[in-house]
Ligand binder design. Structure first.
Ligand code: 13P
Ligand code: SF4
Length: 304
C-alpha cells in the first residue's frame, strides 16, 4: 500500500518534471521520498537553483512562499495549504514604521520564518544558520530583529557591537521546551551533550553545550565523539540523526517537541497535489518583487 503510494509519487515526479523539497521537521516517510531535505537556508538555496518545472514544498507556508518569490516561473505546490508557522505573523502592525522613525539608520532583519508581507517591510532576511554572520556584516548600528525574540537575543549576544531591538514573537514548539524537562533529561543522561536550536528560550540555551540551526545540530551529532545526545529542537530531526548515527542515542525532552503544522505534510497529500496541481502558491507580483530584495540580500551576504 505505502509502496504503491511511493511508486505513484515517483512516476508523477518524472512525468511532471517535479522535485520534492522537505524540511527536517516533516515526518520520516516524507523526508525519505524527498529529493532534497534540509533546514530553511539549504531549502531556500535549492529552491533558487533548481531547474524543475514544479516544486512540491513539504514544509510550512513561508517556505513555499519564499520558493515562489525566488522562482516566479515555476509552479510551487504545498501538500497542505493550512500548514502555517504561527511565528511568521508575530509582529505588531506599525511597530516597524515606529522604529524606523525613531532610528533613521535602522535595519529590519527578518527571520525567513515570516510572511511575504513582513519581508516586504524588511532590509534583509536571515535563517538560523546565517543570522549571526549577516547581522555582523551589516553597516547599520540599530537592528530590529523580527519575528523571533529568542533567535534575536541569541544573535544580539554574538554581535554585542550592535544595538539589537527584540520583537515579541516566538516559536510555540521550541518555546514549550521547559527547563524542568531539560534538567530531568540531563539527570537521566549526565554524559550527553545538549544540542539546542536558538529558537529555544534563553534558559534552555544557557544549559546547552551546542547551539545551531537544525542542519548544524545534525552535523554536530555526526562528527562528535559522544555517543548520546539531548536534542532541544523539533522531533522530526530524529529521522536524520538516527539514519546518520545508528550507533548513537538521542533523547528529546518531554513532551517531545512536535510541530503539528510541519506534520500536516503526508505522502497522500503529496500524491494529491502532484495529480491535481492543487494548492499552488500565488504571490502577487508587487509583493514578490519587494519581498525578493531581502531574500536576495541574504543569499548574497551569506555567500561573502
Ligand atoms: P531552521 O530550518 O533554520 O533550523 O529553522 C527551524 C524552523 O523552525 C523552521 O521552521
Ligand atoms: Fe514555525 Fe516553530 Fe513550526 Fe518552525 S517549528 S514552522 S518556527 S512553529
Amino acid at each position: 500500500m505505502k509502496q504503491d503510494l511511493i511508486s505513484r509519487i515517483q512516476a508523477l515526479k518524472t512525468q511532471k518534471n517535479a522535485v520534492i523539497l522537505a524540511h527536517y521537521y516533516t515526518s520520516g516517510e516524507v523526508q525519505a521520498i524527498a529529493d532534497y531535505v534540509g533546514d530553511s537556508f539549504y531549502l531556500a538555496k535549492v529552491a533558487k537553483a533548481c531547474s524543475a518545472d514544479v516544486i512540491v514544498f513539504a514544509g510550512v507556508g513561508f517556505m513555499g512562499e519564499s520558493a515562489k518569490i525566488l522562482n516566479p516561473d515555476k509552479t510551487v505546490l504545498m501538500p497542505d495549504l493550512t500548514a502555517d508557522c504561527p511565528m511568521a505573523h508575530m509582529v505588531v502592525p506599525g511597530r516597524i514604521d515606529a522604529l524606523r522613525a525613531e532610528y533613521p539608520d535602522l535595519a529590519v532583519v527578518c527571520y525567513i520564518n515570516s510572511t511575504a508581507a513582513l519581508k516586504c517591510q524588511s532590509d534583509v532576511c536571515v535563517t538560523s544558520s546565517n543570522a549571526v554572520k549577516i547581522v555582523r556584516a551589516l553597516e547599520n548600528e540599530h537592528i530590529f530583529f523580527i519575528p523571533d525574540e529568542n533567535l534575536g537575543r541569541f544573535v544580539a549576544e554574538q554581535v554585542p557591537e550592535k544595538h539589537v531591538i527584540l520583537n515579541d514573537g516566538f516559536c510555540p514548539v521550541h518555546a514549550e521546551i521547559s527547563l524542568e524537562a531539560l534538567l530531568a533529561e540531563k539527570k537521566a543522561h549526565p554524559a550527553a551533550p545538549v544540542l539546542s536550536h536558538p529558537e529555544c528560550r534563553a534558559e534552555i540555551l544557557a544549559h546547552s553545550d551546542f547551539l545551531g540551526s537544525t542542519a548544524e545540530i545534525i552535523a554536530y551529532a555526526k562528527t562528535s565523539s559522544a555517543d548520546e545526545f539531548i536534542i532541544c529542537t523539533e522531533d522530526g530531526v530524529e529521522f536524520r540523526l538516527a539514519a546518520d548515527n545508528p550507533q548513537k542515542r538521542f533523547y528529546f525532552c518531554q513532551k517531545r517537541p512536535c510541530c503539528t503544522d510541519m506534520k500536516r505534510n503526508t505522502l497522500e497529500k503529496i500524491l494529491h497535489v502532484l495529480q491535481t496541481g492543487e494548492n499552488e502558491i500565488i504571490v502577487d507580483e508587487k509583493t514578490r518583487v519587494r519581498a525578493l530584495l531581502p531574500l536576495e540580500r541574504m543569499l548574497e551576504l551569506a555567500r561573502s
